[in-house]
Design a protein around this ligand. Structure first.
Ligand SMILES: Cc1cc2nc3c(=O)[nH]c(=O)nc-3n(C[C@H](O)[C@H](O)[C@H](O)COP(=O)(O)O)c2cc1C
Length: 211
């Protein structure tokens, strides 16, 4: 489904543009789950004026979005939040909630901005699910003065992605890529990028010999 030009303009104002924009998706867990909400990083794909998510099966987010039609896309430059939400559950008190026509939608309190999306159509493939999405709500929580590109921050995102793939496949190419980004994050990163590295180091303790 093509987006309206008003929606595309609003998305651009919120920093989500063509290509793949990295955000943290917050979803509601099933009532039988231990925790009420889940958060994890995903890419919003914007192509030919359409927006969608491509979710690998097996993730909690994928499971939740097969049941729920609403989620929030949280925009932040906090690499610690990325590292924690990729590999661990966030605490319940880190979420606030919105009510969309009787449906509860979680958002991250610490996000600078968020966009609420509605899932429109799901296409199931063998390993992935493609979901057409439409933005239905926008909010700025913390006006920021702009985020200057920092290689340390992007390297933390790369390490998170490669480490999830390494955990699934044990393909040694990911070790090389993680090493490369590790040294960049150490060299260029800011204080919270170093804190994110400490979280990732703990996560990698189980595979110390591989690294
Ligand atoms: C920056 C970034 C972008 C990601 N994008 C995607 C994506 O588009 N699709 C996907 O299936 N996994 C993606 N991942 C991996 C998931 O975040 C990861 O599998 C996570 O553990 C899923 O958590 P969950 O089981 O709580 O949903 C991404 C990870 C990062 C760090």
């Amino acid at each position: 489904m093509k987006e309206t030009s008003a929606n595309l303009k609003r998305m651009t104002e919120f920093g989500i543009g063509e290509g793949i924009s990295e955000i943290i998706v917050a979803t509601k867990n099933s009532p039988s789950g231990e925790k009420p909400f889940n958060a994890a990083p995903f890419g919003i794909i914007w192509k030919n004026d359409k927006m969608f998510l491509r979710l690998f099966r097996g993730t909690k987010t994928c499971e939740n979005l097969m049941q729920e039609d609403f989620f929030s896309a949280n925009i932040t430059a906090d690499s610690v939040l990325y590292a924690r939400s990729t590999f661990y559950d966030l605490d319940s008190h880190e979420f606030s909630t919105l009510n969309f026509s009787g449906t509860i939608v979680p958002v991250l309190k610490e996000a600078d901005r968020y966009v609420v999306f509605q899932c429109k159509n799901r296409v199931l493939a063998e390993d992935t699910i493609l979901i057409d999405i439409e933005p239905i709500g926008f909010k700025i929580q913390t006006p920021t003065s702009g985020f200057l590109p920092n290689r340390g921050f992007y390297s933390i995102l790369e390490i998170c992605i490669h480490l999830t793939r390494y955990e699934q496949t044990r393909d040694p190419k990911y070790i090389e890529w993680i090493r490369h980004h590790w040294s960049l994050a150490q060299r260029c990163g800011r204080k919270n990028d170093k804190e994110a590295l400490a979280i990732l180091k703990k996560r990698m303790a189980g595979f110390e010999d591989d690294f």
